[in-house]
Structure formats: C-alpha cells, structure tokens
Design a protein around this ligand. Sequence first.
Ligand code: ADP
Ligand code: MG
Length: 255
Amino acid sequence: MNPPASAPTASAPTPLRPTHALRTHDVRVAFHGNEVVRGVDLELRAGEWLGLIGPNGSGKSTYLRSLLGLVPRTGTVELGDGRVPDPTDLSFMPQAPELPPGMTVVEYVLLGRTAHLGWLRAESVQDRQIVTSVLRRLGLASFADRQVRSLSGGEAQRVVIARALTQQAPVLLLDEPTSALDVGHSVEVLEMVDELRHQDGLTVVAAMHDLGMAARYADRLLLLERGAPQALGCPEEVLDPALLTRVYGHPIRVV
Ligand code: ADP
Ligand code: MG
C-alpha cells in the first residue's frame, strides 16, 4: 500500500527575506606596483546607501570594479551571510555605459539577466517577465520597443538602471550614476534608487561626484584620497569643510 501523499505541514517556515549586506576588509588594488586602492574596510547593512566620494583619480571606480573582480585585488569581500559574492550577487552600473546600436530597450534590459544565464540556458519566459515588470516599475513600459540609441540622457540612464535591476542582486554598485544628467534628471534617478532600496532593501554603493547629492541621499560617506580612506561616517561628519579643502585641494563647502 502506498503511503498517503504528505500534506504540507502548517509549521513549514515562511522564508525570510534575505538580509544581505556587504563587507570588505583591507581591499587593495595596485597597477604596475602603484597602489591606487589602499585598504578599504566597510560593513554595510541591508538597505544602506554608501556614497563613495573623493577627487578624480582617488580610486572610487577602481574600488567598485575590484568588488566585481574586474581588476585584481587583495583583501576580502563577502556578503552579510559570509558568502563570497558571485556574479549574480552584485549588479553594476558603470559610468557612461555604451549603448549598443541596433538594440531595443527590451533587448538591452534583458542583458541584466546575463549573469543568471549559463552557457546552456537560453532566456526564459521568467526572464522576460522580470524585464517587463522592471520596465513597468520604472515607468519605462512605453519605451520597450524604442532603440536605446534614440533615448534622451535621462531616459537612457533609467534604462541602464533597469538593466542593473533585472539582475535582482541584493547589492547595487553605481559609478557616478548622474554624471551625464542635469539636476532635474539627477534627482529623478536618485529618487528612484532611494525608493528601491527602501522598498526592496537593496544595498547601494555609489561613487558620487556631486557632494550635495551625496549628502542628501547617502546614509554614510566614505572619503578617499589617493586610494586611502580619510573619513567614514554620516554626511555631516565627513563633509567637514577643512577636511574637504585639504583632500580636494581647493575650498569646498557643501550647503
Ligand atoms: P576615480 O574613479 O576616483 O576617479 P579611478 O578609480 O578611476 O579614480 O582611478 C584611480 C587611479 O587608478 C588613477 O590614478 C587611475 O589613473 C588609475 N587607474 C585606473 N584604472 C587603471 C588601469 N586599468 N591601469 C592603470 N591605472 C589605472
Ligand atoms: Mg571614476
């Protein structure tokens, strides 16, 4: 006699939303013997927004790229649960990404699923559904069939963020996400990221060139000078006029 099919037990635990966060310890990057990231320690809780600031060439992009394994580094990088992140765990929005010619918004945003697609798996209905829902959420549904090259700066930036979000990674790395945008579009993009991290608990690490925007959106700031951390803390602490003047080499006051 066959045993009765087991019914789902009432006590089956409800899966908790993962509280991923990111930790880096003594991250260093050197090019040809010249160290350009010199010992970055960070511990971020899920849903936190860390702003990376510092003058041009201070190592912001290199630090972000090192987290993705795009440049060789030493030190440790781990998620909050202790795992070493794999390519699906960190989504990255590079500064001024190239938009490929002849590609529609849907096709481009679908590239965000690449990290999940092994060599043997073609895109699935589910991948398409994720793209559709992200486009809808970012108010981009009506752009789906537009050529990416035909978009305005602000539209293009939203599409690039959409691509990063379809990866559904717990950590979002942004490299100067508003450097090509005017103030209105900058606020629009940053508000969108802010909403996503509050609603979804996304952890955000963003290199930010505009210190006023960094103060407004980031929970904490990390100030780099020639690759070395100079200050880590809430914006009021880090945006100290004397400190900024020393690091940037000219007077800076953030209002
Ligand atoms: P930031 O993003 O803060 O402007 P970067 O991370 O781009 O700074 O650059 C930090 C330093 O590393 C700079 O001196 C830059 O010239 C150097 N650098 C970045 N990438 C490379 C590379 N691939 N090869 C050699 N030097 C590099
Ligand atoms: Mg940079």
